[in-house]
Design a protein around this ligand. Structure first.
Ligand code: F58
Length: 825
């Protein structure tokens, strides 16, 4: 096929003069204002649109190249994306910052001043959503034809504020001032059904084909954002669906008799589907609206995928050759049943052929090991909300269990364990089982995680189908988390390596290894870290009122608040430092600033109380003149991608202290190490792989490994025995219990103490001694500045593996089997 020459009229030039002309024109014609009377938001929107237009041209050429090549596409289905701010990224990816700076200066505004209007779309909770964004960035950078599908939540992850130290949630009305990065595409809207009944097809002898008559329909309206690759012409998209009432839901009968408000009821109900992101991290709540969101995403996206497939292809035999769908955790797993329904019921494909196509199309990434985070949905809810899908699940399960029985004759126990339906008082559908049954490949996100999945959570499946299981260790994009977040370090690295090639070939950071032995380079490295810390200290002072010493060791724990991540363990260490200083104020201590960042799910009372305790400890520490000389505790509210980009470059010590066997991978650990922070961590998730690469000498390891933790639990773990055996631990816990952080009121934090001494579900007390001793080793190491700097440089130098470009390459080779399509300039 000859490449279709896109009939494009390029409207953007590529000189400074063109850019300036477009800026002024956009200000005038798009915002309807002039330089003299433009406000801050006018300036921001104008700049955003002008930069965006440079990407539109690339996007049009990408679409044309994809159309011509008719390649196999990756479709990434994810309920969450944490894209981060767009302006800086797109300035970098279009190489226009060099123009914007002088133009802005001429006009008397700064880029930094405009950037405050660049709102980050918080369409995710944490690691899983940010991973999706890193993978999309790397797919575009590697010229992989891909589309990300998601939900355009009207309200993203809540904004966290503190009132009297307690977390208070506020809605995130992120589109209030408009979103200049987004293109509505109303022509591609889709209709989605819910509820209703199913009817047998009298002409179908197998009984497997049916007809679903939904009781309610909702419209899905797409818009897309551009996902540019770095150093390439490819611009992919992320397509986000927003729910709107379909015409049918406007109740004309009621409207006619004057019941206007009642008539609008169904509209409100329909639009609620994409109203808000569920702010839950790692624990599921079985809410009907959540399931509706999931099916809404899946139904819209699959119809869109089929529409795109049919632009260049026909027939179903070739579908799985052109379409590969990656399921980001179980949230989009009803897609397996929806594709079956579309093929069998709507397109007349026979069940067996449809099943072959479906299984070839899907792959599933698991992001957890916590049993309570594995999604299940009540059968009764599915029967009501998606009656046809429930029938399809039964049929899939029926054929699947036949296979299990054939493999394990007479073993009804394995059948019960593997069934997609969990029996019990309330029968439930196990979404992870459905995902594995309906996929070609299943992957964990770090070596240990994949191993534990195969040994525990998905053991029976790994035994039956070992070839389906893969490990693809997570990665992070070096563009956002090194180049954009840490421009100073990036410049230093580029100087040392000779060019910017490391940005797309991160293993080239190895070249810094020799520079670690050069005292001048080490001094320059320290200088960058110090400047980053000065800047962070100023920002933290603005948001918390607490001034931190930029020469103190910056010890950071940034992640969602969850018991398994063990912020409580970090806090016990902080309190131990407080107690030591109080006991001996004259001794010398390594000065530290401990920075916490992270949100707790609004319903997660234990962790919200821990947040309150962190803030209370911070208050005591920072206002006590003796303690504050050695230690500060800061907790800037509302940790998000934007704040991560400020904190990470300034960190000296990265806290990765989850109970071994609980953190699937972690990605903050990678971002921090890449920016030269040293890790104090357990043998959990990707920590293990980081340590393997940076070297045991450059990593502070402590605590039980996963087998030791499992053994301790089996032997009957008693936190109290650890408490009683360790004086400093007892003192730390007793300090909390005494009311010292609640103005003498012993009741306020009593539940924290009870949780520690009662269950201590994640065995923080068992790891306390090893942790505190390891922190003493950290403090010792810090006093040897040259050695510390060397370790820091080696961390950066040896973390090239953790680029999400490598992650995407592995997905391509092992799972997706897709090839890049180059886009001509
Ligand atoms: C995270 N999961 C893992 N889930 O905890 C982390 O170890 C891993 O590095 C990361 O995924 C990427 O693989 C995670 O972020 C969620 O946020 C879900 C949101 C929806 C409800 C269930 C948890």
């Amino acid at each position: 096929m000859t490449e279709a020459r896109p009939r494009l009229r390029r409207t953007v030039g590529d000189s400074l003069e063109d850019f300036e002309r477009d800026l002024i024109s956009n200000l005038y014609y798009q915002r309807g204002t002039t330089i003299e009377s433009a406000s801050g938001p006018d300036g921001y929107h104008t700049l955003a649109v002008t930069v965006r237009d440079r990407l539109v041209d690339r996007y049009a050429r990408t679409a044309a190249a994809h159309y011509a090549a008719n390649p196999r596409f990756v479709y990434y289905l994810s309920a969450e994306y944490l894209l981060g701010r767009q302006l800086r990224q797109n300035l970098l990816y279009t190489d226009t910052e060099r123009w914007v700076r002088p133009i802005a200066e001429d006009l008397g505004v700064s880029l930094e001043a405009l950037e405050v209007y660049d709102v980050e779309p918080g369409l995710g909770n944490g690691g899983l959503g940010r991973l999706a964004a890193c993978l999309l960035d790397s797919m575009a950078t590697l010229d992989i034809p891909a589309v990300g599908y998601g939900i355009r939540y009207e309200f993203g992850i809540f904004k966290q504020t503190f009132r009297d130290g307690q977390q208070v949630e506020r809605p995130d009305d992120w589109t209030f001032y408009g979103n200049p990065w987004e293109f509505p595409a109303p022509d591609d809207r889709q209709l989605v059904g819910f509820y209703g009944t199913t009817k047998a097809d009298p002409k179908d002898p197998t009984g497997l084909k049916k007809h679903w008559v939904p009781g309610e329909t909702v419209r899905g309206e797409p818009s897309h954002m551009l996902v540019p690759g770095y150093g390439t012409q490819t611009v992919n998209i992320i397509r986000l669906w927003q729910a709107r009432a379909s015409r049918e839901s406007f109740d004309l009968a009621r409207f006619g008799v004057g019941q206007y408000v009642e008539a609008v009821d169904d509209i409100v109900k329909a639009e609620n589907i994409s109203k808000v992101l569920y702010p839950d991290d790692s624990t599921e709540l079985g809410r009907e609206l959540r399931l509706k969101q999931q099916y809404f995403l899946v139904a819209c996206s699959l119809r869109d995928i089929i529409r795109r497939y049919r632009l260049r292809n026909s027939g179903w035999e070739g579908f799985a050759d052109k379409v590969v769908i990656q399921l980001n955790d179980t949230h989009p797993v009803v897609a397996v049943t929806e594709l079956m329904r579309l093929l069998v019921d709507e397109h007349g494909v026979g069940w067996d052929e449809a099943w072959t196509i479906t299984r070839r199309t899907f792959n599933y990434t698991c992001h957890t090991l916590l049993p309570e985070a594995l999604e299940t949905w009540p059968v009764r809810l599915l029967e009501r909300l998606l009656p046809r899908h429930m029938e399809i699940i039964y049929a899939i399960n029926h054929f699947f269990l036949e296979e299990v029985r054939a493999a394990y004759p007479g073993d009804e126990d394995v059948v019960r364990r593997m069934s997609v339906i969990q029996e019990g008082d309330e029968r439930r559908v196990r979404m992870a089982h459905l995902a594995v049954v309906g996929s070609t490949a299943v992957n964990g996100v770090a070596e240990l995680h994949t191993k534990l999945l195969a040994e525990t959570t998905l053991h029976d499946f790994a035994a039956l189908w070992p070839e389906r299981f893969h490990n693809i260790t997570n990665g992070v994009t070096p563009r956002r988390f090194l180049r954009m977040a840490n421009p100073r370090l990036s410049t230093l690295i580029t100087e040392a390596l000779g060019d910017e090639g490391w940005l797309t070939d991160l293993e080239r950071l190895h070249g810094l290894g020799t520079a670690a032995d050069d005292p001048a380079f080490r001094a320059a490295w320290r200088d960058v870290k110090r400047q980053n810390k000065v800047e962070l200290a100023a920002a933290v002072e603005r948001s918390t009122g607490v001034l931190a010493d930029p020469d103190a060791l910056a010890d950071v724990m940034i992640k969602r608040f969850h018991e398994y991540k063990r912020q409580q363990l970090k806090l016990l260490h902080v309190i131990t430092m407080v107690n030591r200083i109080r006991a001996d104020p004259q001794a010398t201590y390594v000065p530290r600033t401990v920075l916490f960042g992270g949100k707790a799910a609004p319903g997660y009372h234990a962790m919200k109380l821990l947040i309150q305790l962190v803030n209370a400890v911070a208050d005591v520490v920072n206002t006590d003149p003796v303690i504050a000389r050695h230690l500060r505790v800061v907790f800037p509210p509302d940790y998000n991608v934007t704040k991560a980009q400020f904190v990470i470059p300034a960190a000296d010590l990265s806290e990765q202290i989850s109970l071994a066997g609980k953190e699937a991978s972690g990605t903050g650990n990678m971002k921090l190490a890449l920016n030269g922070a040293l890790t104090i961590g357990t043998l959990d998730g990707a920590n293990i792989e980081i340590r393997d690469r940076v070297g045991a000498d450059n990593f502070f390891l402590f605590g039980m490994d996963a087998p030791a933790a499992a053994a301790l639990r089996r032997s009957g773990y008693s936190p109290r025995s650890f408490y009683e055996a360790d004086f400093e631990l007892r003192l730390a816990v007793d300090t909390i219990a005494s009311g010292a952080f609640a103005k003498g009121d012993r009741s306020v934090f009593a539940p924290v103490v009870e949780a520690m001494l009662g269950r201590d579900e994640y065995m923080a007390l068992a790891d306390y001694r090893a942790y505190v001793d390891c922190q003493d080793t950290v403090a010792d190491a810090w006093t040897d500045t040259e050695r510390w700097t060397r370790m820091s440089i080696l961390n950066t130098a040896r973390c090239g593996f953790f680029s999400s470009d490598r992650t995407v390459r592995e997905y391509c080779e092992q799972i997706w089997k897709v090839d890049p399509v180059r886009v001509n300039p």
